[in-house]
Design a protein around this ligand. Structure first.
Ligand code: ASP
Length: 388
């Protein structure tokens, strides 16, 4: 999945504010907003298998069956699939920062739903919160392209009428998910790319940011690690883990009218070629919402999710194959996509509030809110073992 660096283009940019940006990262890591989350849960059965088996043997076992993670869910978010955070290597501060980040996003969406807002507004609010959090690979904290720039993708979809909007390769939008929503509501199009998308967002009131806005030390180190790896050299474990932890964000929701919505936002893959577009802004690949079937947001190896038309297939398996949300999500994520050579995960919510978050990657950060107001965050493999 990783692209090879184009030699000669690295370090051509002048990074003017690295110290300030690093301080912002540190501030993100030290977030102290309280959360009412309960970790853990999930249904663990079966024996550990696959590449993550070593760690999972100690931490918990993967699930071998398709069954939902939770019921009565109204809103869920993810913070990306990939190499998992490891309990024994994660400081309490870092654990709290991730759980707070996910819970804050849930709370942002909940606020919208609590005051009678629709599911589209709820997923937009949740994703904006994650985009503003430098821990995640979307908005502030987006990964670097191979020539040390940032190009962001996002999409949003409304389940009631299949309206959708998306932006790809934007370089100057603070919250790409809001640009995607504007494409949906204020243009006759579904997907705008590149400069045109940046201009459209600015013309509709989104204040532009410079590329330096997205900068974080962790993503810079991850780019360096990816480039070293591509040359066959060794990089530090932390930087490599960050490079592999994809960190895309997404949200799914159902509102008081039982309308579904889904949204996804990402910086893409570390060290990607400039111009590369993944699955996240593509309706039916990274994002899909259709009343009667599912609201789904994916994360993982984008090329595979594109080729497998991941979230549209999930919906189709429900609509035409008679599967429930967990069975359909399991079929796509565990049975079909790995055969194409990639891994990742999806959060999937049906109109009844049945929720599943299957993933073939070692981990997938996610959280959900149930009707009674409970927020559950899951960040470690023993809370969310991969489905096999
Ligand atoms: N799917 C995203 C992409 O390929 C990456 C991710 O989910 O982490 O752009």
């Amino acid at each position: 999945m990783r692209t090879r660096p184009r030699t000669g283009t690295l370090m051509t940019r002048a990074w003017t504010l690295p110290v300030l940006a690093a301080a912002a990262v540190a501030a993100g890591l030290l977030t102290t907003v309280p959360y009412g989350s309960a970790g853990g849960g999930g249904a663990d059965d079966g024996a550990a298998a696959g590449p993550a088996a070593g760690r999972l043997a100690a931490a918990g076992a993967p699930r071998g069956k398709a069954r939902p993670d939770a019921r009565h869910v109204v809103l869920a978010v993810h913070g990306g699939a990939g190499t998992a955070l490891q309990r024994d290597e994660t400081s309490p501060e870092r654990e709290k920062a991730y759980r707070d980040g996910l819970a804050d996003a849930i709370r942002a969406g909940k606020k919208v739903l609590d005051r009678g807002g629709d599911s589209v507004s709820a997923v937009e609010a949740a994703v904006r919160s994650l985009e503003d959090n430098p821990l995640f690979n979307a908005g502030k904290g987006a990964v670097f392209t191979t020539d040390a720039g940032h190009e962001l993708d996002a999409s949003i979809m409304r389940g009631s009428d299949l309206a959708a909007g998306a932006v790809a390769g934007v370089r100057h939008v603070r919250n790409p998910i809001s640009a995607a929503r504007l494409v949906m509501t204020k243009s006759p199009h579904v997907l705008l790319a590149g400069e045109g998308a940046d201009d459209f967002a600015a013309a509709h009131g989104l204040r532009p940011v410079t590329q330096d806005y997205y900068w974080t030390q962790a993503r810079w180190d991850a780019l360096m690690a990816a480039k070293k790896k591509a040359k066959g050299a060794r990089a530090s474990g932390a930087a490599l883990a960050d490079e592999q932890a994809k960190g895309t964000v997404g949200a799914v929701a159902r509102d008081g009218k039982r309308d579904l919505a889904a949204a996804t936002s990402t910086g893409g893959l570390t060290n990607k070629l400039s111009g590369r577009v993944g699955d996240s802004p593509v309706v039916g690949a990274g994002t899909y919402a259709k009343n009667g079937t599912v609201a789904a947001s994916a994360t993982g190896d984008g090329e595979i999710f594109l080729r497998g038309a991941a979230t549209a297939t999930l919906s189709n398996l429900m609509e035409f194959g008679g599967k429930d949300v967990a069975a359909a999500a399991y079929e796509v994520l565990v049975k079909r996509l790995p055969k194409l050579g990639g891994e990742g995960g999806v959060i999937a919510l049906d109109g009844e509030g049945t929720f599943d978050a299957p993933h073939s990657s070692e981990g997938m950060l996610h959280a959900y809110l149930t009707e009674d107001g409970t927020i559950v965050t899951k960040i470690f493999p023993d809370e969310t073992p991969p489905h096999t």
